[in-house]
Write a protein that binds this ligand. Structure first.
Ligand code: AMP
Ligand code: MG
Length: 331
């Protein structure tokens, strides 16, 4: 079975083509175009216009790169939510048009669940992980329990990626700021105290962000601030992930989302996993960030488990929660 997946929840428009080979995911192509605002944060309408402009070429290029014909596609899937309304609607419209043109079934999938399933689908030993999903807008600790992917912990305010991007914007870095902050943090020598907010397995970053901005105003060294942000925020993420692993008694950890590219975050969670005698996995970078291949793969899993939907059911859901999905493809 071959599926084309359309991802368009926020800043990225992605088209992925994947094939199911004995229940493993083979990625044939996975192209992404990222909208970068000229200044400020993401403007949903402008991001959607960017996606609309790029999507047709991206679909053509993906099919070409995969070395297939349009009519080899068996299924079309798209991210139904959560995300920004105008972006979701643009991606869904393209997916509907393609499904109707090719006369192939259409499935809308949950973006956060796709981040977890792509790890299980492409990493052979990764079977039942706790996912630490750290992206721009989302930060969640997710694991499978009793027929659903449950959110064991999540941010109560901004996502970790947004927190990094907002701080970066204040100090004059280009979007995306996470990789730049990672580099600058290497110059850090002094740890500056920052708020460390955890409630149960939930987490908050806005206090840390305000305090970090205050340090910058007070002329603390940027390297020290970046270093301290990373140490504090990533320690908190590692702590809640460990708590979820202890609670669920799972022995595998999976990273996902754009911030999973960060070496310091990887190092911290690896140490934690090792100390618990657990395995830890990270998908390749193109599968960690928002991408069409993960949407395509979840489409295949859902379709194979018997889920069918029509164009009428394909309405988007900006607030589509991870735990709303009935996981029919696992037991
Ligand atoms: P996503 O929303 O999953 O596509 O991820 C985008 C987010 O990842 C942005 O907020 C980036 O700043 C962040 N990001 C990307 N690379 C890194 C990195 N090396 N360290 C920290 N954050 C990163
Ligand atoms: Mg994402």
């Amino acid at each position: 079975m071959l599926c084309l997946g359309v991802e368009g929840t926020a800043h990225s428009i992605g088209i992925g083509l994947v094939k199911d080979i004995n229940n493993n995911c083979k990625v044939l192509s996975n192209l992404i175009k990222i909208y970068k605002p000229e200044k400020g944060g993401i403007h949903p309408r402008e991001a959607a216009n960017h996606h609309e402009k790029n999507i047709a070429d991206l679909i053509k290029d993906s099919v070409k790169q995969a070395g297939i014909d349009f009519f080899d596609i068996d299924l079309v899937s798209f991210s139904k939510g959560p995300g920004l309304g105008p972006c979701l609607r643009t991606a869904a419209t393209a997916a509907r048009a393609l499904s109707l043109t090719l006369d192939k079934p259409l499935i809308g999938v949950n973006h956060c669940v796709a981040h977890l399933e792509i790890g299980r689908g492409t990493i052979v030993d990764c079977d039942d992980p706790v996912l630490l999903y750290t992206s721009g807008a989302n930060t969640q600790v997710i694991a499978f329990a009793e027929g659903r992917y449950r959110v064991f912990g999540e941010t109560l305010d901004v996502g970790i990626g947004n927190c990094l991007d907002k701080f970066g914007r204040v100090v004059g870095l280009d979007f995306p700021c996470g990789p730049k902050i990672e580099k600058i943090a290497l110059d850090g020598e002094k740890y500056l105290e920052l708020p460390y907010s955890i409630k149960g397995m939930d987490i908050a970053f806005s206090g840390l962000l305000t305090a970090a901005q205050q340090y910058y105003k007070n002329k603390e060294k940027l390297g020290d601030i970046c270093y301290s942000i990373q140490e504090t925020a990533f320690a908190a993420l590692t702590e809640v992930t460990e708590r979820a692993m202890a609670h669920t008694e799972k022995r595998q950890l999976l990273l996902g989302g754009g911030v999973a590219a960060n070496k310091r975050l990887r190092e911290m969670v690896n140490i934690m996993a090792e100390e618990r005698d657990a395995e830890s996995f990270v998908p390749t970078k193109d599968l960690c960030i928002d991408n069409g291949a993960m949407i395509a793969w979840l489409g295949i899993l859902m379709y194979k488990s018997g889920i069918r939907s029509s164009v009428e059911d394909s309405i988007i859901d900006q607030r589509f929660r991870t735990d709303m999905v009935d996981v029919t493809w696992r037991d």
